[in-house]
Design a protein around this ligand. Structure first.
Ligand code: GLU
Length: 482
């Protein structure tokens, strides 16, 4: 049974790197019919909060990433917060102590620090072994700790041998003999050390594949030794290369938006962001870029995950979002855009409901020209605020013809029987046919008068959406000027 996990620490917003790790685990589970476990690694109590935990989950759900087991949905290998798994860790530490694979050290932190400095000053690597550390455990010291109700720290006996890992992405990784010494697995306050908790959890949650960022590769050595100590099968590891900014440096706040939340607030569509994230280090066998959720699930394999780092390209994510805005069902785009419209105060929340049909068409008229939903209100302003007055004073014969044609158009608009695109187009065509103004000049001037811009939505859409009154007003104002 394939079981993967996403194991975030709830110490901040879900950033792009974490979201990509979550996504690759999700895709792996879905592709192979496995299960995804969400495990909250909240052992750092000073930095972990419930709010961040909730935000993480919300951001994942927004993206369309769901899990089979987790703190909210439960499951048979819970609890799913490390802060609630103390007993499991204690039992596993006791197991190692009993089998002499770990040992207690009755030393004060400054004594261990002193040992560290001493080793360094002797030109040695600061690697501890049990003979050095157990020298602290005099009978007096043990009773001193007991009388003060202090606990010893627990160290793991790191075997001095070479470890090898066949990483699904990195290939053969060799950890040389003696690279590290014995290490703490449980602090004196009973808190497990990160590398120990991860292994204890991955074992008890029966995780078969660990897919995570390659910043964790160096942790794997300690984790491999712990798996060995527990005598269990080692899961498959796949360490995904980092995401870099366009300057080749590790993606960080300096590069702009990096949290999923920020992209959501800017008006990125979850499906576009999902698609974009999948391509951060993975590629479709046919090189396709615009991929639906199911298509990605279907074709996702670790074999197609790049060994080199992915570059986060802001222009690409915006372009991709633009494609999704144009191609996604208009009702959904309307629903997702409404908050931005209300926020921008173009319309109230009552007005967006009452004028849904109009709004839907207005959004449709501008969606070709935006890359994020937050840009929509600005583009729609032309339907609300009268544009700057465009003075149209004809000075050539050709301009005078355009002027007369516009006058005629204005008169006909006033008496059009019904207000729809066909009528509007028909009227414009008839005028051009009858009065033969310079076609381009006519269209450009009309657009300019109505929108005070040279580009924008289709002219018939502009006229239809402005409605008869606004169209007439704007024409009257401009033509009166002449
Ligand atoms: N909690 C770790 C992190 O937030 C992940 C641990 C792991 O995947 O093994 O980066």
């Amino acid at each position: 049974m394939i079981r993967v996990r996403f194991a975030p620490s709830p110490t901040g917003f879900l950033h792009v790197g974490g979201a990509r790790t979550a996504l690759f685990n999700y895709l792996y589970a879905k592709h192979y019919g496995g299960k995804l476990v969400l495990r909250v690694e909240d052992t750092d109590i000073s930095r972990s909060t419930k709010e961040f935990e909730e935000q993480l989950m919300e951001a994942l759900l927004w993206l369309g990433i769901t899990w089979d087991e987790g703190p909210d949905v439960g499951g048979s290998s819970g609890p799913y917060r490390q802060s609630e798994r103390g007993e499991i860790y204690r039992d596993m530490v006791i197991d190692l102590l009993k089998r002499d694979l770990a040992y207690k050290v009755y030393a004060y932190p400054e004594e261990i620090e002193g040992l560290h400095d001493k080793l360094l000053s002797e030109g040695k690597a600061p690697h501890y072994d049990h003979s050095m550390l157990e020298s602290f455990n005099s009978a007096d010291r043990v009773s001193e700790f007991e009388s003060k109700q202090l606990n010893p720290v627990v160290f793991f006996k790191m075997p001095r041998k070479e470890y090898r890992l066949s990483d699904k992405i990195k290939g053969e990784v060799v950890f040389k003999e003696g690279a590290i010494g014995d290490f703490v697995i449980m602090r004196s306050n009973g808190q497990p050390i990160y590398n120990f908790a991860v292994v204890a959890d991955d074992i008890s949650m029966e995780i078969s594949h660990v897919i995570r960022g390659d910043d964790h590769l160096s942790n794997t050595l300690r984790q491999l030794a712990l798996y060995e100590a527990f005598g269990v099968a080692i899961p498959s590891f796949a360490h995904v290369s980092m995401i870099l900014g366009p300057d080749g440096k590790k993606l960080s706040k300096r590069h702009g938006d990096t949290s999923v939340e920020q992209f959501r607030e800017k008006g990125f569509l979850p499906e576009a962001f999902f698609n974009f994230l999948a391509l951060l280090g993975w590629s479709h066998p046919d090189g396709k870029e615009i991929l639906r959720h199911e298509e990605i699930v279907e074709s996702f394999t670790i074999e197609r995950v790049n060994t080199s780092a992915a570059i986060f390209d802001d222009a690409k994510v915006r372009w991709m979002n633009g494609v999704y805005i144009r191609e996604t069902d208009l009702d959904r785009i309307t629903d997702l855009t409404i908050p931005f419209i209300v926020e921008s105060k173009l319309m109230t929340s009552e007005e967006v409901v009452a004028n849904r049909k109009w709004l839907r068409r207005a959004i449709d008229s501008v969606r070709k020209g935006v890359e994020t939903l937050s840009e929509v209100p600005e583009k729609m302003k032309l339907y609300f605020d009268d544009p700057e007055l465009t003075q149209f004073s004809p000075s050539s014969d050709s301009e005078r013809e355009v002027y007369r044609a516009l006058e005629a158009f204005k008169d006909r608009v006033e008496y059009l029987d019904s207000w729809n695109n066909d009528e509007i187009i028909g009227t414009i065509r008839a005028i051009i046919k009858d009065m033969k103004p310079d076609r381009k000049g006519f269209y450009m001037t009309l657009r300019n008068i109505l929108t005070s811009a040279e580009e924008g939505p289709e002219l018939v859409d502009v006229i239809f959406l402005l409605g008869r009154n606004k169209t007439l007003n704007r024409l009257q104002r401009a033509l009166r000027m002449a």
